[in-house]
Design a protein around this ligand. Structure first.
Ligand SMILES: *[C@@H]1O[C@H](CO)[C@@H](O)[C@H](O)[C@H]1NC(C)=O
Ligand SMILES: *[C@@H]1O[C@H](CO)[C@@H](O)[C@H](O)[C@H]1NC(C)=O
Ligand SMILES: *[C@@H]1O[C@H](CO)[C@@H](O)[C@H](O)[C@H]1NC(C)=O
Length: 479
C-alpha cells in the first residue's frame, strides 16, 4: 500500500484505527513469576560457572611506600578459584524487560606477586577474597524479522564493596603497606569483566537457547504451525507474555486466513510456571489447513471395518435400503469416501471445544474391473466435542460424536429413506472414521517449547474463545 492510500484510509478514523491496531495473537505464552524464578535458578547456576572462568590480566605498577621509596610490583597468574552467586532475584519490569539483581556474591582468587625496590627482588603468592559483589542486569527481549525472540543486556552494573588480599612470602608485609592501591585496581578490573562476561553469556548462551523456540513447528509433510512472535515479548508487573501468531498452515500452499484472532481475556492465574492460551483462531486455522491440504478425506473400505463389527460393506447389504442396487450392481464390494466440503469451524467456550462438521460421504460400488461406480452422496452432521490434554509437550485430543444426522444430497440409484441407514452409518463412523481421527489427534500438536523443556502438573481450562493450559516446567540438562 502506497503512502497516499494510507493517508486516504486514515481519513476515515475507523479504518485508520483498524490499520494501526496490532495483530492479536492466535497463541499466547505467559511465564509467571514462578516460571521466571525457575528460569533464573537455571541461568544463575550457568552464570556462576561462566564467571568462574573469568580470565584476569596481569597487573603491574609502581607505588610509593613510606621509608622504602618506590616499589615496583607485579601480580601475575591471577586465577579465579570460584565465584558464588548465592542471592539473586528476577523481576519483570513493565514495558522494560527483566531485571536480575544479584547480591552478596563473592569470589576467591589467587596468584603470584613479585616486587622490586632498591636492590631487592622477591616473589610469593597471594590469596584474594572479593565480597559483597552486587550485580544488576537488565534483560531486554525483542523479536527479529523471522519472529524469533532476541535478548540483550542494555544495562549491567557490577559493584564490589570489599576486596581482601593476603600476601604471603618474606616480603608479604610490604604489600600489605599498599594493599589498597592493588585492591582498587582489582576491583575495577573485576567490575568491568563481570559485566563483559554477563553480556557474553546472555548473547552466547541465553539468546542461543531462547532461539530454540520452534517458530515454525512442522507437524507432518503437509502441515506446520506458525509460532512466530507477532510482537516483542512483553513484561508486565507479574509476568512475561509472548504473543505468537498461532496459525496452522499448509506447507504446500499457504493462503491468507479469512478471519483474525480475537483478543484473549487471559485470567490472572499464577500458580503454574507457564500458561498457554490457544485461541479459537488457532484451532480454526488447523481446520482450514487440514481441509486445504486434502487431509480431511478418508476412504472407508471393507478392510478397515473391525472384525468384531458384524457388517459387510457391499451392495447385498445396502440393497436392503436401496432395492435398485440389487439389480444394477449385484453383490459387489463398496467403498465410501468421506470429505469435508468446507473447513470445520470450531467454537471454544467455557463448556469446551465443539463443532458441527459437515461431512460428505460418497458411496461407490467397486466394479469387477476395479473402477468405481458412484451410488449416492450423503451429508452427515452432528455435534462433536473434543477432550483436550497435554502429553509430552503436545496438545492431544479426542473427539466424541453425538447423534449423527443424515441427509441424501445426490443419488445415482434413485431416492431412498436415509433414515433406515442411520444405525449402519453410526456404526461405520464410530468404528472407522472416528478411531482414525482420534489416532491422529492422539499424536498431538507440538506446543511452542524451548529445547529440553518438560511439562508437568498440567491444567486444562476452557474460556470464552480460548483454551488455557497451565503447567510447571522442568529443564532437562544435556546428558
Ligand atoms: C456381502 O455381504 C454378505 C453379508 O455379510 C455376504 O454374505 C456376501 O458374501 C458379501 N458379498 C461380497 C461380494 O463380499
Ligand atoms: C469397467 O467396467 C464398466 C462397466 O462394465 C465400464 O463402463 C468401464 O468403462 C470399465 N472401466 C475400465 C477402466 O475398463
Ligand atoms: C447439536 O446441539 C444443539 C444444541 O446443543 C442442538 O440444538 C442440535 O439439535 C444438535 N444437533 C444434532 C445433529 O444433534
Amino acid at each position: 500500500m502506497g503512502m497516499q492510500s494510507v493517508a486516504v484510509a486514515c481519513g476515515a478514523l475507523t479504518l485508520c484505527l483498524a490499520l494501526t491496531t496490532a495483530t492479536n495473537p492466535g497463541f499466547v505464552v505467559r511465564i509467571t513469576q514462578a516460571g521466571l524464578d525457575y528460569a533464573q535458578e537455571q541461568a544463575i547456576a550457568s552464570l556462576e560457572k561462566k564467571l568462574a572462568q573469568l580470565k584476569l590480566p596481569d597487573i603491574s605498577g609502581d607505588s610509593r611506600v613510606l621509608r622504602v621509596g618506590k616499589v615496583h610490583y607485579e601480580l601475575s597468574r591471577l586465577r579465579l578459584r570460584d565465584f558464588h552467586l548465592p542471592y539473586s532475584r528476577i523481576t519483570p519490569i513493565s514495558n522494560k524487560g527483566l531485571q536480575v539483581s544479584i547480591s552478596n556474591a563473592f569470589a576467591e582468587l589467587d596468584g603470584d606477586w613479585r616486587v622490586k625496590f632498591l636492590f631487592i627482588r622477591d616473589h610469593g603468592s597471594f590469596d584474594l577474597r572479593v565480597e559483597n559483589i552486587y550485580i544488576k542486569i537488565l534483560l531486554r527481549l525483542g523479536s527479529d524479522t523471522s519472529g524469533k525472540p532476541t535478548i540483550s543486556t542494555p544495562d549491567c552494573s557490577a559493584h564490589i564493596s570489599k576486596v581482601r588480599v593476603l600476601f604471603s612470602g618474606k616480603l608479604g608485609w610490604l604489600y600489605n603497606l599498599f594493599h589498597s592501591v592493588i585492591e582498587r585496581r582489582l576491583r575495577k578490573i573485576l567490575e568491568d569483566k563481570v559485566c563483559d562476561k554477563v553480556a557474553m553469556s546472555v548473547y552466547n548462551e541465553l539468546q542461543t537457547y531462547i532461539r530454540t523456540l520452534p517458530v515454525t513447528a512442522r507437524i507432518d509433510d503437509k502441515i506446520g504451525i506458525d509460532y512466530s512472535l507477532v510482537a516483542p515479548p512483553r513484561a508486565t508487573a507479574q509476568s512475561l507474555d509472548a504473543d505468537l501468531k498461532g496459525e496452522f498452515y499448509s506447507l504446500g500452499h499457504r493462503s491468507p486466513v479469512p478471519f483474525s484472532p480475537l483478543p484473549l481475556a487471559f485470567p490472572s492465574d499464577h500458580e503454574r510456571m507457564v500458561y498457554f492460551g490457544a485461541s479459537s483462531y488457532f484451532f480454526n486455522t488447523a481446520g482450514i489447513a487440514y481441509h486445504e491440504a486434502g487431509a480431511l478425506v478418508f476412504e472407508i473400505t471393507e478392510a478397515m471395518i473391525p472384525k468384531d463389527v458384524e457388517f459387510k460393506l457391499n451392495t447385498s447389504v445396502f440393497s436392503a435400503f436401496i432395492p435398485q442396487l440389487e439389480e444394477k450392481y449385484p453383490n459387489m464390494p463398496m467403498k465410501f469416501r468421506a470429505s469435508t466440503p468446507t473447513a470445520p469451524f470450531l467454537t471454544v467456550g467455557e463448556g469446551g471445544i465443539s463443532f458441527q462438521p459437515i461431512v460428505d460421504v460418497q458411496a461407490y460400488a467397486i466394479l469387477p474391473n476395479s473402477s468405481l461406480a458412484p451410488l449416492f452422496l450423503l451429508s452427515l452432521t452432528g455435534n462433536v466435542s473434543a477432550v483436550i490434554n497435554v502429553r509430552s509437550g503436545r496438545i492431544v485430543g479426542s473427539l466424541d460424536v453425538g447423534r449423527i444426522r443424515l441427509s441424501l444430497k445426490d443419488s445415482a440409484v434413485g431416492t431412498f429413506q436415509v433414515r433406515m441407514m442411520q444405525s449402519l452409518i453410526n456404526i461405520l463412523t464410530s468404528s472407522t472414521l472416528l478411531p482414525r481421527l482420534n489416532a491422529r489427534l492422539d499424536e498431538g500438536f507440538p506446543l511452542p517449547l524451548l529445547d529440553r523443556i518438560q511439562l508437568s502438573n498440567i491444567l486444562v481450562r476452557f474460556h470464552q474463545n480460548f483454551l488455557l493450559l497451565g503447567a510447571d516446567v522442568r529443564f532437562q540438562p544435556r546428558r
